[in-house]
Write a protein that binds this ligand. Sequence first.
Ligand code: NDP
Length: 452
Amino acid sequence: MSKYTAESHYDFMNDLVRRNPGQIEFHQAVYEVTKPIFDYIQDKPAYHEYRIMRRITEPDRVMSFRVCWENDAGEVCVNRGWRVQNNNAIGPYKGGLRFHPSVNESILKFLAFEQTFKNSLTGLPMGGGKGGSDFDPKGKSDHEVMRFCQAFMTELYRHIGDDIDVPAGDIGVGAREIGYMFGQWKRITRRHNGVFTGKGLEYGGSLLRPEATGYGATYFMQSMLAHRQDGIEKKICLVSGSGNVAQFAVEKIVQLGGKVVTLSDSDGFIYDPAGITLEKLEWVKDLKNERRGRIAEYVDHFSGSEYIPGLRPWRVPCHLAFPCATQNEILLEDAKMLLANGCIGVSEGANMPTVIEGIDAFLAAKILFGPGKAANAGGVAVSGLEMSQNSAKMSWKEEDLQRLLFDIMTGIHTSCVEYGRTEDPRFIDYVRGANVGGFVKVADAMLAYGVV
Ligand code: NDP
């Protein structure tokens, strides 16, 4: 048995920063997740003895590879691809692929690390991974995207498998990209199986997968409010982003009687004081998913709305906020503005959209704050259900999936409440609840395996 040495969180973080120089997003994610876990494990020597924190923050492996493809002008383009396999203690690696020029190893390590805890919280047998490329699908033709996806999969295929590592979509990777990548996987391996989730319904996808993350983030907010005998009805809501997660968050909020007044993209945001109705949302879905336009175009179609370039929506007074675009989109000054304007709840549809200082401000104000690993776990939960359907060679009905998604989200909420109770009976620290709740199962599985 190894010698027992209890490490402080301060020493642990210093060592992690030294071993991962310059990876600031990874440092940020590890700091946020491990701080409450260190409090939790301080009187639990086995976790220290087996160096669980050190092992859980060192990915099982990180693959990086060249992706070479030709654009429509016949020029050779070179991008970099990655797959981070963080931890498979409780199931095959599982997590999306992101195509965006900002993608780098630090961002993918943070996402794969967070994914490990999120997947554990769902209660389904899935480990944590993430991957992607610095390729930018914006402005590319369908044929260019297809050639890139095929080149990317020609390397990635050797690292994945339905019981090894199961990728899905993320920013810049939607139905079109998944179709191209799964097609190339099928061509190379001659297999048709559940190696990908988020697939089209025609070739093994699950009903409700596109809706799951946005719906789930809304259900999580509903559960947090219900815990305080409140609800979404009549609440003014801010949503950022206008992609997959944002669109279905708006849909569910509106169905539950809330009023959504903003949407955004990386160029700016729109403010519609009359509220984004389901009809207006259909127009946005067509704009973003079919015509691949910019959110600024909204104001040309819906009178009374305005476009604010270069800014995020958080200055608009609201009751509830749903950041659904990207990481670090709520800075400390945004958090302060939300609080000053009367915001009582934040449910993170995106991954790590709030900076650490912003989270601290929300927790100090004791508002309802649902961190991404709990609030946006609905997507990976339905991905897990897609894996089960593929294994069983069956497709489940939408109403069954709706019920399962709702049950999983309320189960995650219950788990957060169990580990997130504080001295103030009215206040649940969902950050602590989600981190500790996600950690326990993974850590106990790692203990069971011994030193591997
Ligand atoms: P999409 O690509 O469909 O949409 C992303 C949206 O965010 C777009 O409106 C995009 O605008 C905007 N955006 C991207 N980068 C930035 C930036 N740097 N600044 C401001 N806005 C930006 O992605 P998803 O909706 O799938 O994902 C959104 C978030 O949710 C991500 O954090 C993702 O990791 C997380 N998530 C997604 C899940 C899923 O099932 N899809 C599951 C769990 C989490 P633009 O068009 O200008 O780039």
